[in-house]
Design a protein around this ligand. Structure first.
Ligand code: NAD
Length: 290
């Protein structure tokens, strides 16, 4: 297939490289002067999109996605697919899909889980929203860039799944970190805490696979000075998207709201910027009850 790839950042670059490695003809564009193995550089987003069977976007936010889509959609050929893998607000995902469909294109919102490691290894999970035909067209590419693709429903359903997942992740990480901080103050050994919780009803992905305590559990950013991994700023972005969506859908999400406030405090007023989102543990360690 002829593929246009727009947004060759931490995630986009390895995803585009994997598509090229699998034998697809990939033309890429990014605002920054990035070179990606096997990917031909275009001078603009429109140039990368022209004549492509599929255009993949991997961009920072919904506003940028809308601007790029406005440039790319008129350059695309009817019947081609626009596949957005960025994490953006549900409203932007639906607006871009509607514009693409009005121009005779197929559209999929397909945010990912799995981080930079998953992007490099081709083991991402895609959660997709859009028509059956659009999903079917994008599926062979999901199979190269990832290990699993779930068709969640119509336009916006992929983004809805992503922000619900990450709202659980943010809340669970906070719960795991505050429990470790409490256990420390009660004199409980961290390894014993892990051994019990990871095999008891408090177990979770944040405890079992991404333990925020250094030297305990599998290797995680905590063992690397809390270098991201998944940055606290990105967690804050996703929690904000979840609360924006909860506001427009009139959903009661008090734990998500609290998690957003805590990550905002951590990133904007404390030392969370540039740290992994699991650095909530040293944050709690430093604090007392009041
Ligand atoms: P990034 O900042 O490394 O990459 C974004 C790229 O988009 C940059 O290279 C930037 O130059 C480019 N860009 C910005 N505006 C542009 C424009 N108008 N035209 C062309 N290129 C433009 O971010 P990332 O970590 O690759 O994340 C990309 C998306 O994936 C985000 O929506 C993020 O929330 C999501 N995501 C990231 C992770 C992760 O672990 N990093 C995991 C899952 C999802």
């Amino acid at each position: 297939m002829k593929i246009g790839f727009i947004g060759l950042g931490n995630m986009g670059a390895p995803m585009a490289a994997n598509l090229a490695k699998a034998g697809h003809e990939v033309t890429g564009f990014d605002m920054a002067p990035v070179e990606v193995a096997g990917v031909t550089r275009a001078a603009s987003a429109a140039e990368a999109a022209r004549g492509a069977d599929v255009v993949v976007t991997m961009l920072p936010n919904g506003q940028i996605l809308r601007a790029v889509a406005a440039e790319v959609i008129p350059a695309m050929t009817a019947g081609a697919a626009l596949v957005d893998c960025s994490t953006v607000d549900v409203d932007s995902a639906r607006a871009v899909a509607a514009d693409a469909e009005a121009a005779g294109l197929l559209a999929v919102d397909a945010p990912v889980s799995g981080g930079i490691g998953g992007a490099a290894a081709g083991t991402l999970t895609f959660m997709a929203g859009g028509s059956e035909a659009a999903f079917d067209k994008a599926k062979p590419l999901f199979d190269i860039m990832g290990q699993k693709a779930v068709h969640c429903g119509d336009a916006g359903a992929g983004q809805a799944a992503k922000i619900c997942n990450n709202m659980i992740l943010g809340v669970t990480m906070i719960a795991t970190c505050e429990a470790f901080a409490l256990a420390d103050k009660l004199g409980l050994d961290r390894q014993k805490m892990f051994d019990v919780v990871s095999t008891s009803s408090g177990y979770s992905w944040t405890m079992n696979a991404y333990c925020p305590a250094p030297g305990v559990g599998p290797q995680s950013p905590a063992d690397n000075g809390y270098k991201p991994g998944f940055a606290a700023e990105l967690m804050l972005k996703d929690l904000r998207l979840s609360q924006q969506a909860a506001g427009s859908a009139d959903a009661d999400t008090p734990m998500g709201q609290l998690a957003e406030a805590l990550y905002a405090q951590f990133v904007e007023n404390e030392d969370g910027k540039g740290m992994d989102f699991s650095a909530m543990l040293p944050r709690f360690e430093k604090r007392g009850r009041s």
